[in-house]
Design a protein around this ligand. Structure first.
Ligand code: ATP
Ligand code: MG
Length: 559
């Protein structure tokens, strides 16, 4: 089995080129990046792109990447999210070392700096309601209107801001705004809100604060405090860059980070918005944040996706300046490619149909040797019991087969993998007319799977012994959305009603049951599977990580 490569695979892109140029020109000696999640949900595959970019650059250029929680909105943030984010970044293969920070660590300094803005006449307390502020902000074509409170004297502003901090006013009574330009062509510069009143318990600062900084105010200053050199964010923030720079320019910050924007990851059949993902969990469309159908890191992990496959995918898609939608098939390609190389082969029968080999002696049994990996002899072999009563896959039999069906049907001969040729000589049905058992014969001369007379069969099928195989539940996952570009505003309408299929009568090899491993395995002819945490000692549960081939794309093409 090939060892998992370290998290250092890289490509080249415009941001790495900027970093290289800044080192070459001695603008910076030491590169500092950061990954700044808001702890209001679990991380998703889009975040993985940002994580791989920020941590990847730090690794490649011998710099540092901070993990900083942007915990400025206590009404939506929870410790569970803080914990899951750390676990997920580590699982992806990245390490922030001692550089774990929280924007809330800087609340005192951010507050002092806000007072300094007030003293310079660059910030004021606005008593307008949220609605009035919105109406007076203007539009893309019309300038905004100055607030009637914009020209308050400095002393009055300071007094009001201190009283906001002291908790004297209810939520929404007033805000602190930067005093920039209500006629600016950039709406972000029309006196943006720096502080709002929020009487809420914060996971880290408790009830100390009744005012909280806005994202725009907290973010750049946190970057500056940490000495971040390259503050990398997604394109939506391009229009915020002038404000980011204005604040750094007006405040006595210890360093001047530069902001660079890249295109966020969008995937077909997937929604990567925390608002939507939160709703999927809350409304019970999925079982939890780590439901294997979720595009969350926790979901991918539970589904059996190896972190190296996620990194390979991120590397393949690259980093660009224009938004686009990536085919989810590319992620699946990276997963298959990795698992094909690394996953041991096993046999499982997902929908069992019993076969009785009539000419096989009643009480006899033998051991058949099966190989663990076709491309890796070092992976060795294992033994599987063969006997008179077997299971085959229900789909591998048809009573009245169409022309191109080469698997088992009355009178045809097929190979049971590693074992013998068998031929179907009889069918047993229940009262409803369903096939419940097949009667077959085997040819003892074909042991190992080849006929000495050179005759050929057109199919090789997997199988398991009835007595020695073990029961299991198998969960098959399909795309969560039926629409390649689901509508985030009305996502429930695009949900796939068949996103989860539970096979409760599956049978697995003893080697699978015994492995008790979190490593994915290939179930021959079926795909890659991993043991799920819902397993119990007598009832293991497996998730299908992914099928062997891209059957989904074919189904879509067929219409
Ligand atoms: P929302 O889902 O509500 O838009 P968010 O994903 O931006 O929220 P954050 O916690 O603020 O949530 O994100 C942390 C970092 O991850 C940010 O720097 C953000 O730019 C980046 N990021 C978020 N989504 C993506 C994505 N789809 N592709 C690349 N980077 C992303
Ligand atoms: Mg965000």
């Amino acid at each position: 089995m090939t060892a998992e490569p370290a998290a250092t695979e890289t490509g080249r892109d415009f941001i790495r080129d900027i970093v290289q140029a800044d080192l070459d020109s001695h603008k910076h000696k030491h590169i500092v990046t950061r990954f700044p999640p808001e702890p209001n949900g679990y991380l998703h595959i889009g975040h993985a792109k940002s994580i791989a970019l920020n941590f990847g650059i730090a690794q490649e250029f011998s710099g540092q990447c901070n993990l900083r929680f942007d915990d400025t909105n206590p009404t939506r943030e929870e410790q569970e999210y803080i914990d899951s984010i750390q676990a997920d970044v580590r699982w992806l293969g990245y390490d922030w070392g001692p550089n774990l920070f929280y924007a809330s660590d800087y609340f005192d300094r951010l507050y002092e700096w806000a007072e300094s803005l007030i003293r310079s006449g660059l910030a004021y307390v606005d008593d307008q309601s949220q609605e009035e502020i919105r109406l007076n902000r203007g539009t893309l074509t019309e300038p905004g209107r100055n607030s009637p409170f914009r020209d308050r004297p400095v002393e009055e502003n300071l007094d009001l801001f201190r009283r906001m901090k002291a908790g004297e006013f209810p939520n929404g009574a007033c805000v602190l705004r930067a005093r920039i330009d209500m006629a600016s062509g950039n709406i972000n510069l029309r006196d943006p809100v720096l502080y709002r009143i929020l009487h809420a318990h914060h996971p880290r600062t408790g009830t100390k604060w009744s005012i909280y900084p806005s994202y725009d105010y907290a973010h750049g200053q946190s970057d500056a405090i940490e000495g971040v050199t390259h503050s990398i964010c997604t394109l939506e923030f391009e229009d915020h860059r002038p404000l980011y720079e204005w604040l750094l320019d007006k405040l006595p910050v210890p360093s001047k980070p530069r902001q660079y924007e890249f295109a966020r990851l969008n995937l077909t059949y997937t929604l990567l918005s925390k608002r939507v993902l939160t709703q999927l969990v809350r409304d019970g469309h999925v079982a939890a944040w780590d439901d294997p159908r979720m595009p969350t890191i926790a979901g991918l992990k539970r589904r059996g996706v190896p972190p190296a496959a996620v990194r390979d995918f991120i590397k393949r898609i690259g980093v660009a300046k224009a938004n686009s939608v990536v085919d989810v098939g590319m992620l699946e390609f990276s997963i298959r490619e990795y698992l094909n190389r690394t996953a041991p082969r096993r046999m499982a029968v997902l929908r069992p149909l019993k076969v009785v080999i009539e000419n096989y002696p009643e009480s006899a049994s033998e051991e058949i040797e099966a190989i663990n990996h076709p491309d890796d002899p070092a992976a060795g072999t294992r033994r599987i019991a063969f006997g008179r009563e077997l299971y085959i896959e229900r789909d591998d039999f048809m009573e009245n087969p169409p022309k191109k069906f080469f698997r088992l049907s009355p009178g045809t001969e097929v190979r049971l993998r590693y074992a013998y040729f068998i031929k179907c000589i009889g069918i047993i049905k229940n009262a409803a007319g369903e096939v419940t058992e097949l009667r077959c014969t085997y040819d003892p001369a074909t042991k190992g799977g080849n006929a000495p007379d050179g005759r050929k069969v057109k199919a090789t099928m997997h199988w398991l012994p009835v007595a020695q195989s073990k029961p299991a539940e198998i969960r098959i996952y399909n795309q969560l959305f039926v629409n390649p570009t689901p509508d985030a505003a009305n996502f429930a309408a695009d949900l796939n009603p068949q996103s989860l299929e539970i096979l409760s009568d599956a049978r697995i090899e003893p080697a699978i049951a015994e492995a008790n491993s979190a490593e994915p395995m290939q179930f021959e002819r079926q795909g890659y599977f991993v043991r799920d945490s819902d397993s119990t000692p007598d009832r293991p549960v497996f998730n299908r990580t992914i099928g062997l081939r891209d059957t989904f794309a074919k189904e879509v093409a067929k219409g």
